[in-house]
Design a protein around this ligand. Sequence first.
Ligand code: ATP
Length: 208
Amino acid sequence: MIGVLGGTFNPIHYAHLRCAIEVKELFGLAQVRMIPNAQPPHRPSPIVPGMMRAQMLELAIANHPGLLCDRRELERPQPSFMVDTLVSLRGEFPAQPLLLFIGNDAFSQLKQWRRWQQLFDYAHIVVMTRPGWQIQATDDFFQARLTDDCHALRSNLAGKLFFQAVTPLDISATAIRNCIATQQDPSFLLPDAVIAYIRQHQLYQAPD
Ligand code: ATP
């Protein structure tokens, strides 16, 4: 099984990284492909170019084989739609279940994603939740796909909806950007190598 974790990663931080490691181990994944988006369709474009966000991601995962920086969304015409990314991954991995990991904040907006129902034709969706979080999958479309049996993820290539608790870490890239813009120290929110890169390139100096 292959894991997919898309995001703006503006910048990558410890909550992204902790989620990636935990789901890799929990689901016994061969790899987790972390995919920086070129131009997020549902939010203003990030100021930092995709190639720099990818470089920060690569610095963060340098010592973690099994976590990969996948640049396919940066290499194709914008904007980045996850359904196109999954089509491309399915072509590359025709016989492996794909697990698309999203935070519960992203899941609550899923119906705004381009061709969102077709995401399930190419991957399972695993929502990373806090322990005890109330499931918000009440409509028939989600109910028909919901499972709490992780074997169902392994025995089908796509099509299931699964909720997985992960260690809650209340870290966001927005808070990190604001921290840097106000000359505070972001240490312990993201890797030192990424902080050094941000300083070297003087990123996030202005408030959002
Ligand atoms: P921003 O603050 O700029 O919106 P972010 O910190 O939410 O950024 P993204 O790159 O937008 O980071 O997130 C990528 C994916 O990681 C999304 O699916 C998001 O839900 C998830 N994610 C981000 N932060 C956390 C967190 N603290 N815990 C669990 N999942 C998270």
